[in-house]
Design a binder for this molecule. Structure first.
Ligand code: URA
Length: 281
């Protein structure tokens, strides 16, 4: 099995693409996909679909051709110097404007702005490189994260790590991972609007401190909070949005992908779009 096939199998994409799409390749697309794909190291704990069968050798280029089509079709968000400056001014005037990392961590730890703090073991602030190019934003800690204090360490976290690996990113290295909500909601319910409103300034301050080159919003809560919209993931994914001057890509939450593995193909498209967007920066 070559590296490309291993990568596609890792994300359970390999047979799905062949079954659902078989576009003709144009010469220009063929040239584009001849490039080396991002490296992916198969993880021993990845769950492969039992039904994965081997397929003809041209399946992977077809997948990549579709992804490349997506890239050329999509408009880009406004990441001009002006809007970045506007964002920085907005943050500078906010309640956490001058708060540095250490103090921000303490404020989150001691926060009692909503009732979630009463039910969680500890806050889950975020983890990673504080000057990362990449920022991945999830919803809220679950049971494993509540116990460990680190975001995305459970089953969904393992899938997120595999997704990162597929685009040659490793947790802790040029990537920061955070959630909109820092305390685990009881029974892992979705957070309420008031809880999001209370917690969002912490994430916004984290973003201002990190100044990532690209944000990936994992799921509806992160996308809605950061883009201030009610639109569905299906509507939001596939294009480059703008978060105050920083490009933002929306994709499915890893927990959703665990429940709906057919959607991993779309998540892979989103990740490729993210890579292409960051490469243009
Ligand atoms: N789901 C999230 O959104 N965040 C986590 O940290 C874990 C699961």
């Amino acid at each position: 099995m070559d590296r490309r096939e291993a990568m596609l199998r890792e994300l359970n994409l390999y047979p799905l693409w062949v079954q659902r799409h078989a576009p003709e390749l144009t010469p220009s697309v063929e040239a584009a996909v001849a490039q080396e794909p991002p490296a992916a190291l198969p993880s021993p704990d990845v769950q492969h679909d039992a039904g994965n069968a081997s397929v003809s050798g041209d399946a992977a280029p077809r997948l990549e051709a579709e992804v490349e089509d997506l890239f050329v079709a999509e408009p880009h968000g406004d990441s001009s110097e002006d809007s970045l400056r506007e964002f920085q001014l907005k943050i500078a005037g906010g309640p956490l404007a001058d708060v540095a990392w250490t103090e921000l961590g303490l404020k989150v730890r001691d926060c009692e702005l909503c009732a979630l703090c009463a039910g969680c073991t500890q806050t889950v602030f975020g983890v990673g490189d504080e000057q990362a190019d990449w920022l991945f934003v999830g919803e809220a800690p679950g049971e494993d994260e509540d116990a460990s204090g680190e975001p995305f360490v459970g089953q969904a976290g393992r899938l997120l790590d595999n997704m990162l690996r597929a685009i040659s990113i490793k947790r802790g290295d040029n990537v920061y991972i955070a959630n909109v909500i820092k305390c685990r909601p009881e029974q892992d319910r979705h957070p309420h609007v008031g809880e999001i409103a209370a917690c969002l300034p912490y994430l916004k301050r984290q973003i201002a401190l990190i100044q990532p080159k690209l944000i990936v919003a994992l799921g509806k809560t992160a996308a809605s909070a950061l883009l201030d919209t009610d639109a569905t993931i299906a509507t939001l994914r596939g294009s480059v949005h703008d978060y105050n001057g920083t490009p933002l890509i929306v994709t499915y939450h890893p927990a959703y992908l665990l429940r709906s593995p057919m959607e991993k193909a779309k998540a892979w498209q989103d990740l490729r779009l993210a890579v292409a967007t960051l490469q243009k920066k």
